[in-house]
Design a protein around this ligand. Structure first.
Ligand code: NAI
Length: 644
């Protein structure tokens, strides 16, 4: 047992201290031990009230996710938190929960089992279980609505968002907020109370069918395919109909349905894969000094977004292109993007000025000698990139990282243009670079371990999920994307309509269908990717020949006459039928499941090859690439996760 629970008496108040480093997670037996002690001190005559407080930097930050996973897999006994929390709530003497740091999930459920809650103003609370495909399973769905009403409980549990102590106070989840001296304040508060107040014993919360309906609609729209949001809505709705004990039974039923279902397994896998993804085995080397200044060469679509990534992280960045006109256009576009953020309430005008002041446009390589990293984002052309790398090599300081944002070219070939291939690696951002979380860090043959460690570190500072990839055509993400799209187009050639293919995959949970993605990326660009992957031609070549390149020409697989909305186009279906006839491709009907099976299998097969060749460190890394870079539904765990 890696935790302890201590007791101490101060001014007639028993202080129960939980100490379960590092975040006081509810390891098996901890809640029972707290309940045992609460019962014991109830017997002690001089004790008037009880305060529960946690050691270290936070209150109970949640359940132990590893143990949840073990229970889900049948390797550990059932979860018994609810019974322990009921015993705490049954205390005859007032129990005050003293919250600092974050009380999330099981932590907030423990807090709500106390009779009163006092918190530091810096504390945060929430029920983020949906992010793991779960619902609160220890009374949260029944106590929370009794404290803050059905609508607020739905808001918190469906979104999984974390709220400040001030918001929790206003909502009635917390009773008192203090600035400092939490324990002393809690003791004084507990001593002043005199009577218990059991949340489980208060009247049923008022029914709110409108809020329930709105939550259901919102979840169907924003969390399509996910079961936990619907389960938590059901449990919260039940709190207004069922007495507390029956409500808990209903919660237990729904919780177990989620816990033993496939989505929570998938989301727990993603949770752990995200923790692993930054780790490079054997990379125990001294990292390079942290990057203080950056430089980006090429101020096109990607260069602009990459410069914004640095500015957003507070890192001054030089942005260079061939002409002043190109730079003016880039700076205007960057300002426009930031201003759009202001309109959406995400940034203040002051933020915009601070960030813009960090981006220094220049038509020369002036200042590149001061940069800890130089990211090249010029045209996708090997010779152009090699020329640029030779120039960069001449000006860059000795310790600098020289990175290329190439999406298809060979990092080693680019590195040969420099005198220091050990400093060269790939920094493959995804478009739009300032938004997409994924960043593939590509290891060249000569890339040094220090450079890789520093690159991964920098990725974190840029708030990206950095994944290490080997130097193969398309790296991890695009390499798998080529056969995936190929499988989708083959379904179309064999009789499925392009829209049916997209619907099958979006219905399955992909953010966008593979046919529609083609239109967004540009069919001509994807043809290059396909050729690089060694795949044969498809009917798509006909569309390209007819000038249907995708959204940028107003027509691709779909038509985009009315603004950006993609409209199915019968001309495309005719072109496909003509092609199939000429090529003698037999036509047949497809079910949505079959389309999904074919496309996702193609992803998985290429993923296996990538693993076999050592181009990805772990299967989980590939899952993360697809979830953060390609709109793969996290609740299915990723293409390599075996729970399909
Ligand atoms: P782009 O055509 O929008 O921008 C390229 C910029 O580089 C232009 O502004 C051009 O003036 C500038 N440039 C060309 N030669 C230069 C030189 N010698 N010195 C200074 N500037 C020079 O291209 P985009 O889309 O930004 O792509 C850049 C790189 O990023 C390519 O390697 C591409 O494969 C890669 N990439 C593109 C993605 C995308 O979705 N567009 C996604 C991920 C990577």
């Amino acid at each position: 047992m890696a935790f302890k629970v201590t007791t101490f008496c101060q001014d007639g108040v028993a202080i129960v201290g939980i100490d379960s480093p590092p975040v006081n997670a509810l390891a098996a037996g901890l809640a029972e031990m707290v309940a045992d002690i609460v019962e014991e001190v109830n017997e002690a005559e001089p004790v008037k009230a009880i305060v529960v407080v946690c050691a270290g930097k936070t209150f109970v930050a949640g359940a132990d996710i590893r143990e949840l996973g073990e229970t889900a897999a049948g390797r550990m006994g059932p979860i018994t938190l609810s019974a322990a929390f009921n015993r705490i709530e049954a205390s005859a003497k007032p129990v005050v929960m003293a919250i600092h740091g974050t009380a999330l999930g099981g932590g907030l459920e423990l807090a709500m089992a106390g009779h009163y809650r006092i918190a530091l103003s810096s504390a945060k609370v929430g029920q983020p279980e949906v992010n793991l495909g779960l619902i609160p399973g220890a009374g949260g769905t029944q106590r929370l609505p009794r404290l803050c009403g059905i609508a607020k409980a739905l808001d918190l549990c469906v979104s999984g968002r974390t709220i400040t102590a001030a918001e929790a106070l206003e909502a009635g989840i917390i009773d008192k907020v203090v600035e400092k001296d939490l324990v002393d304040e809690a003791v004084a508060y507990a001593a002043s109370l005199g009577q218990v107040r059991r949340t489980g014993a208060v009247a049923l919360p008022a029914a709110d069918p409108e809020a329930v309906e709105a939550a259901r609609k919102g979840a169907a729209r924003r969390m399509r395919g996910q079961t936990a949001p619907l389960a938590v809505i059901e449990a919260i709705e039940a709190s207004s109909r069922l007495e507390f004990a029956e409500g808990l039974d209903e919660e237990k039923r729904l919780f177990e349905q989620c816990l033993y279902g496939p989505q929570s397994k998938a989301l727990m896998h993603v949770f752990f894969a995200e923790r692993e993804v930054g780790k490079i085995p054997g990379a125990a080397v001294e990292a390079l000094p942290a990057v203080e200044k950056a430089a980006v060469l090429g101020a096109g679509t990607m260069g602009r977004g990459i410069a914004m990534c640095f500015a957003n992280a507070g890192i001054p960045v030089r942005l260079s292109d061939q002409t002043e006109a190109a730079l003016d256009a880039a700076m205007a576009a960057i300002r426009e993007t930031y201003e759009a953020g202001v309109k959406k309430g995400k940034l203040s005008e002051a933020d915009v000025e601070v960030r813009l002041a960090l981006i220094h446009p220049s038509a020369s390589l002036d200042g590149f000698d001061e940069a800890g990293i130089i990211v090249e984002a010029v045209f996708e052309d090997l010779e152009a990139k090699q020329r640029v790398f030779t120039q960069i090599d001449e000006v860059a300081r000795p310790g600098a990282i020289l990175a290329t944002n190439t999406s298809t070219l060979d990092i080693d070939e680019i590195a040969t243009a420099t005198s220091r291939p050990e400093r060269v690696c790939g920094f493959h951002f995804f478009s739009p670079a300032h938004i997409m979380r994924l960043l593939e860090i590509v290891r060249g043959r000569a890339t040094s371990p220090e450079v890789l460690t520093a690159a991964m570190e920098l990725g974190k500072r840029l708030r990206k999920t950095a994944v290490l990839a080997g130097n193969c055509p398309g790296f991890i993400g695009n390499r798998m994307f080529a056969p995936y799209r190929d499988a989708a187009i083959r379904c179309v050639e064999q009789g499925a309509s392009p829209w049916a293919v997209d619907e099958a995959l979006t219905g399955w949970g992909m953010a966008m269908g593979p046919i529609r993605v083609g239109d967004l990326s540009g069919l001509d660009i994807l043809r290059e990717v396909r050729i690089a992957a060694g795949l044969a031609g498809t009917v798509e070549d006909r569309l390209i020949a007819a000038g249907r390149l995708g959204e940028k020409t107003g027509r691709g697989w779909y038509s985009y006459a009315a603004g950006r909305k993609a409209e199915p186009d019968s001309e495309v279906e005719e072109a496909v039928r003509a092609y199939a006839g000429e090529m003698g491709i037999e036509q047949r009907a497809f079910t949505a499941d079959e389309i999904v099976e074919r496309c996702v299998s193609a992803l998985r097969m290429e993923g296996r090859k990538i693993l076999d060749e050592g181009m990805a460190l772990r299967a989980g890394d590939i899952d993360i690439v697809y979830i953060h870079g390609y709109g793969f539904p996290a609740w299915r765990g990723g293409p390599m996760f075996s729970g399909m």
